[in-house]
Design a protein around this ligand. Structure first.
Ligand code: MN
Ligand code: MN
Length: 304
């Protein structure tokens, strides 16, 4: 009697352990799938080997390490944070006010550029118009990536995320394939070859009565595009920024005839960009240091 009941208890215990293992494996698989998709909004940044020392910002993403830029034109906006970048979307202009991204060597890989069309962004709330690939067709403007496709080539999901239309501004080919591309190539050189830690913020500058493109909704065309690049050593973050930190700032006009121009001639100060956009950048940096690095042009970096 005693023997048979203890053997029943043993069988029941084994059954419970097996059940627990099966459930455990399923939960693990579900978590893993969730992490693998990696492009839902508000998702947390990666840690581990690609994590920086200074990702203690309140957004908990490496892409807002320099602080979320603040201000704008008063239009309804949406803060969209995904694993690959963060941006503030402007619901009136139907373009981002700014796109902010951290860039380092591990972001470059072997993944091929996404084939086919740009995708409407499924993570925009329903009250925002979701720009379509076709809205840019036959307008004379390129679909100008803010976070460059080549800068997100570690995984398929990373590269695909640069092809959401929320990551675009209308750029003339002259700008997109001219000095804008050359500055992007310089960023690649610094991050991938020089192993620097870059914090990049870019977007458009608009006339009061800006022209528009688009079929169902108006997409604002910028008169110029700006780019800010904070250059740190690998692994460094906001707490490492000081008065001597190199900061590249540029404003490039969205006009014809730029194809052979160098990016350096468009260098300016962050102060200039802040004044022309009405946006405060590098908000995570203490005021006195912001003052120093936003008012000067960095000359010390060379291509060698
Ligand atoms: Mn481009
Ligand atoms: Mn500032």
């Amino acid at each position: 009697m005693a023997r048979s009941s203890s053997s029943r208890a043993l069988k029941r215990n084994i059954a419970l352990i097996l059940l627990a293992v099966v459930v455990g494996v399923q939960i693990f698989t579900m978590c893993k799938k969730k992490n693998d998709t990696g492009n839902s909004p508000q998702e947390q940044s990666q840690g581990g080997s690609t994590g920086n020392s200074g990702t203690a910002n309140k957004y908990n993403t490496r892409h807002l390490e320099m602080g979320a830029p603040s201000g704008g034109d008063g239009a309804p906006t949406f803060l969209l944070i995904r694993q690959q970048y963060a941006l503030q979307y402007n619901g009136t202009k139907n373009v981002p006010d700014w796109v902010s991204s951290n860039l380092h060597a591990e972001d470059f890989g072997d993944v091929e550029r996404k084939q086919g069309q740009f995708m409407p962004d499924p993570d925009l709330p329903p009250q925002f118009y979701r720009v379509k690939h076709q809205d840019y067709s036959n307008t004379g403007f390129d679909r100008g990536h803010m976070v460059r496709s080549e800068e997100r080539t570690a995984t398929r999901a990373d590269n695909d995320a640069t092809f959401y239309t929320t990551n675009l501004l209308p750029q003339l080919h002259s700008l997109n394939a001219g000095p804008w591309l050359r500055l992007e190539e310089f960023c690649q050189f610094l991050a991938n070859r020089r192993k620097k830690e870059l914090y990049i913020i870019c977007g458009g500058i608009f006339d009061k009565n800006y022209p528009t493109i688009g079929k169902r909704s108006n997409i604002a065309v910028p008169k110029a595009c700006y780019k800010i690049i904070v250059v740190l050593e690998r692994g460094q973050g906001a707490r490492d920024v000081n008065e001597n930190t190199p900061v590249i700032a540029a404003i490039m006009p969205n006009i014809e005839g730029l194809k052979d121009q160098q990016w350096r001639q468009f260098q300016t100060t962050v102060d200039d960009i802040e004044q022309q956009t009405g946006i405060d950048f590098l908000t995570a940096i203490p005021e006195n240091i912001q003052k120093a690095i936003e008012s000067r042009k960095t000359q010390s970096l060379s291509m060698r």
